[in-house]
Design a protein around this ligand. Structure first.
Ligand code: FES
Ligand code: FE2
Length: 350
């Protein structure tokens, strides 16, 4: 399929054909894109433990990986006969396999193995645990199972660096786990436009100045900027910030294919989108608080309501995708640049 499936000119382009949202073949052929960069953990998640199994990455890609406090992402599979090594978060300094007792240090190097004295050329490099690529920005750790280009933080720094994300603290009372009867791309499509806010989110519409909503696209993602109503909670931007002087309520950052970082004056919420089947998606929410008082006010405080409204809409749209009468729509040139950009990215993969 050529890139021209989605025309570069948004004014004439048509949306992804509906079969992309329910066919097993389309779903399967997109699986490999998830083994690139994935959010692994935020620094504050290591307050109680030094080793965390990355269960969400295993749900997304099938690969068992753990991360250490010094941000190494390491295979969670014993190199002897494949037993799971670290079943749950812990503070261990030596990892011992529960099957036949092989031990590793926390950087994945094999230390000891009983009954292998007569084994020849043992141990070798292959007996150490596999290391995956890791990248850290502002206290957020990412892991990749493939060689991919680096994450685009340099392009985002001017806007986001003032936030001091590193100092945020994970607040598990804000975490959620949603099961949605819809394709993962419908969830992403919906996230990438504020067009529906006045129609679907009356409460959020009170908190955001819809007329000032902005969308910027870049190679690996989309940044949306929500403006606050006069007198509402907004970011306290430094003078050198590109948006200085504007009332910004939220920065909504999506990184391809499935990570959404929502920055509010109170901190950050994160949506990790997990494709389960062509018509089922799981979305993990995590909250990281920078300012507890502000967390009660502004566009970030009605997250649960907004999420339910979004899910109800996309579950209805999922059912419509099988209609014989509907296949493709058109984009609003002023309000759906993000969706258009995402569909272009998807179309390049076929
Ligand atoms: S599988 Fe781990 S020691 Fe055998
Ligand atoms: Fe929404």
């Amino acid at each position: 399929m050529s890139e021209e499936l989605i025309d570069a000119d948004i004014r004439v382009a048509r949306t992804l054909p509906s079969k992309f949202y329910f066919e097993q073949g389309a779903f399967d052929s997109l699986k490999s894109v998830f083994s690139g960069w994935q959010f692994a953990a935020h620094k504050s998640e290591f307050n109680a433990n030094t080793i965390l199994p990355l269960n969400h990455i295993e749900m997304i890609t099938g690969e068992p990986i753990f991360i250490t406090k010094d941000a190494q992402c390491i295979s969670n599979i014993c190199t002897h006969r494949g037993m799971r090594l670290v079943p749950k978060a812990c503070t261990k300094k030596i990892l011992q396999c529960e099957y036949h007792g092989r031990t590793f240090d926390v950087s994945g190097r094999m230390r000891n193995m009983p009954e292998f004295e007569q084994a020849i050329e043992f141990p070798s490099e292959e007996d150490n645990l596999h290391q995956f690529a890791t990248s850290t920005w502002s206290g957020m750790h990412f892991s990749s199972q493939t060689d991919v280009e680096k994450l685009p933080w340099d392009k985002l720094e001017a806007r986001l660096q003032f936030l001091d994300i590193e100092s945020f603290v994970h607040d598990s009372s804000r975490d959620r786990d949603h099961q949605i009867s819809a394709n993962w791309m419908l969830y992403v499509d919906n996230y990438l436009e504020g067009f529906h806010i006045p129609f679907v989110h009356p409460e959020l519409n009170q908190a955001l100045d819809y007329s000032g909503y902005e969308t910027e696209v870049f190679e690996q993602g989309v940044l949306q900027i929500g403006k606050a109503m006069q007198g509402d909670v907004k970011f306290d931007l430094p003078a050198e910030h590109p948006d200085f002087g504007q009332n910004i309520a939220a920065y909504y950052l999506w990184l391809f294919p499935n990570m959404m970082f929502n920055f509010y004056p109170w901190g950050m919420s994160l949506n990790i989108v997990i494709p389960v089947s062509p018509t089922e998606t799981r979305v993990l929410y995590r909250g990281y608080v920078g300012d507890k008082e502000l967390a009660k006010k502004g566009a970030g405080s009605i997250l649960d309501t907004v999420e339910t409204q979004d899910q109800q809409i996309i579950e209805q749209v999922q059912k419509s995708m099988r209609s014989q009468a509907y296949d493709r729509g058109r984009y609003s040139p002023t309000r759906e640049q993000g969706v258009h950009h995402f569909h272009r990215m998807i179309s390049r993969l076929f």
